[in-house]
Design a protein around this ligand. Structure first.
Ligand SMILES: Nc1ncnc2c1ncn2[C@@H]1O[C@H](COP(=O)(O)OP(=O)(O)O)[C@@H](O)[C@H]1O
Ligand SMILES: [Mg+2]
Length: 337
């Protein structure tokens, strides 16, 4: 089912604060879009504005080319799963899921059919008669998703739906959600502050910062070519390293590189090792480069205090905090061999 969402110059102000500031975002039909950003950046505000429970101060929300900015929530055909699930506490799971259909005055036989179908999809048929307060976090999350899906919305908004679930269950739930989305071919907009979640689940990631989408692309694109130093700093288990460009003759610019882009067979600059972290098969080595602290990845175990010479196999060049170019360092390797 075709569903194109365009957000045009959306501004939302709380008091003095522009939480969303002329934000633009286009969502393509059938994609799994993840909106990623630290907490307090306006992710929930953005979803609430899309679904229509929040009025925006200016801008337009377009669905398939039609302006829905002034439509009430029930005239938008969008379902939302809230951060805290918001299940009805004194109802069984069945009644929770059936509720939106009952409100739309659907005949009860048809309701039953739909509730059963969606419950099978989410593997919650065995808890349909349970009171919603008696469920585990993972089950509550499934029920909340089932309740949103049963309306067969065109667009599905999820606000950090897995944040209250233990780590193990969270990993499998992610994959199940992704499978569900592809199976149903629905358009999903999924909000999270957790970048590993974004990396795992997204077709595209939109990074929200300072009220705008600072960068949009696949996770790999954003990881490898962060367009601003803020994005480079925010994305990655370790932030991107930023050093003075003069090391490679980029005088008034900054060079950005990931810990894994360091090449120990090159001798371009010297680092002094200050701390070593072992993570699975790799060493993440914290070093001093003059006054600057950087992190490199290696499979060798060095000693603290040791000085090593390295170079970069690849780096990004930034001018005024913005990406200028990405350099693959083709420099001849030191002829040790
Ligand atoms: N109803 C509200 N009234 C006033 N300020 C709000 C309201 N809702 C959110 N905010 C503020 O807007 C900012 C963004 O909030 P929110 O959208 O919840 O961020 P996120 O979901 O990214 O954590 C925060 O500074 C928050 O305090
Ligand atoms: Mg939020």
């Amino acid at each position: 089912m075709e569903y194109k969402l365009e957000l045009k110059e959306i501004t939302k102000i709380y008091g003095e604060k522009k939480v969303l500031n002329n934000l633009n975002l286009n969502i393509v039909s059938g994609e799994f879009m993840v909106i990623l950003g630290p907490s307090g950046e306006g992710k929930s505000t953005l979803l609430r504005s899309i679904v229509g429970i929040e009025n925006i101060d200016s801008g337009k929300i377009m669905v398939n080319g039609e302006d829905v900015t002034n439509n009430p929530p029930n005239k938008r055909n969008i379902a939302m799963v809230f951060q805290n699930y918001a299940l009805y506490p004194n109802m069984t799971v069945y009644k929770n899921i059936a509720f939106p259909l009952k409100m739309s005055k659907m005949p009860s036989e048809q309701i039953k059919e739909k509730v059963n179908k969606v419950s099978e999809l989410l593997k919650i048929t065995d808890v349909l008669d349970k009171n919603s307060t008696k469920l585990s976090g993972g089950q509550k999350q499934r029920v909340a998703i089932a309740r949103a899906l049963v309306r067969e919305p065109k667009l599905f908004l999820l606000d950090e739906p897995l944040s209250n679930i233990d780590a193990r269950t969270r990993y499998t739930s992610r994959q199940e959600l992704k499978r569900l989305q592809k199976e149903l071919n629905h358009t999903f907009v999924y909000v999270t502050h957790d970048q590993s979640e974004a990396a795992n689940i997204a077709d595209r990631v939109a990074v929200l910062h300072n009220g705008v989408i600072e960068q949009i692309g696949t996770y790999e694109e954003i990881y490898n070519k962060p367009e601003t130093t803020w994005v480079g700093d925010f994305i990655g288990t370790y932030p991107m390293n930023f050093i003075d460009g003069s090391i490679y003759d980029y005088k008034d610019k900054k060079i950005g590189f990931r810990p894994s882009w360091v090449d120990e067979s090159l001798n371009d600059f010297e680092l002094e090792i200050s701390l070593i972290e072992k993570i699975e098969n790799n060493y993440f080595i914290h070093c001093n480069l003059g006054e600057k602290n950087i992190v490199i990845r290696s499979n060798k175990n060095y000693n603290i205090g040791e000085k090593i010479k390295v170079g970069l196999s690849k780096f990004n060049v930034y001018k005024d905090e913005k990406l200028e170019s990405v350099i693959e360092n083709k420099k001849e390797k030191a002829s040790a061999d």
